[in-house]
Design a protein around this ligand. Sequence first.
Ligand code: PLP
Length: 370
Amino acid sequence: MAHVTLPREILPTDGRFGCGPSKVRADQIAALVGPGLAVLGTSHRQAPVKKLVGSVRANLGEVFRLPDGYEVILGNGGSSAFWDAAAFGLIERRSQNLVFGEFGGKFAAAAAAPWLDAPDVRKAEPGTRAVAEPVEGVDVYAWTHNETSTGVAAPVERVHGDEGALTVIDATSAAGGIDFSVSQSDVYYFAPQKNLGSDGGLWFAFVSPAAVERIERVAASGRYIPEFLSLKNALDNSRLNQTLNTPALTTLYLLDNQLDWIIGNGGLQWADARTHESSAALYDWAEASSYATPFVADPADRSPVVVTVDFDDSVDAAAVAANLRGNGIVDTEPYRKLGRNQLRVATFVSIEPDDVRQLIRCIDYIVENL
Ligand SMILES: *Cc1c(COP(=O)(O)O)cnc(C)c1O
């Protein structure tokens, strides 16, 4: 395969454009090996780590302007563990799952548990999105805020179904990069290794009073729930700034630092404007390009944090991604199961808009010189 050497003056300052794990800012690493060292390698049952967990919970509350009565809970295992925890402890009888990509599909699979009624799965073609519809007997409505596998973003808007039905949003790649109103959801959950620029291993969720009531009711119902996947256990431990078992301290520390950084810059509104600036640069370029097109046809569905761009047959996207990688610009390959002639670029809040503009120059340069 041809190897194109990119001129130095068009290289981005940081070559990480992956959708998760994603860019961790150098300042976060510096803080980790500075003041962070006091907490690494110390007991998660003692005050310094509990204080760190408390700070993360308070900072999340501030960034996301949590409405009164909402709580921040957390547990181990990342968002994938949350799907199973929700099947055990959040869905009472039946969920409706919107599937417009891999991640929504994985929650739908977890919700097909033998103790529940079969989920009402609403599927849409990759690059488009499905819409929730109130259905009698459904007690959880679930979709992704941002479908990381395709670059489709969906609004967070409460579904008015049966009395007490919950709106449950997987925000793993959206959280901290897209502004919205938490009051439109009952459970907004995510892992912090994407837009929140941390490491993996933990899940966090904002839970409404109705969701807390649901968690407590299902836990008291006599249903078998494994301890590790118990949301009631996570709720009780989170209120004490603890987790059931050992959390990744590095993940907590990097996340807390990222939240401080977002708050210091102006909060979620600032983050939203920054991801829109970066993603618009890519969408505008693709619209104008002779060989590239945004994969998501409807501009209203285009994600501000994960940009997918199709190439026409004259350009081999895999060769472009490989040549970018050869120059230290990594993880622009498309989601592996989508199987398209495409690049996928994260425009998370940690990524400099100027670096996105440089990336565009690099792509054009490679295509001209392949
Ligand atoms: C990455 C991702 C997940 C999986 O997160 P893990 O922490 O690796 O389990 C789930 N949902 C979405 C939307 C994601 O982008």
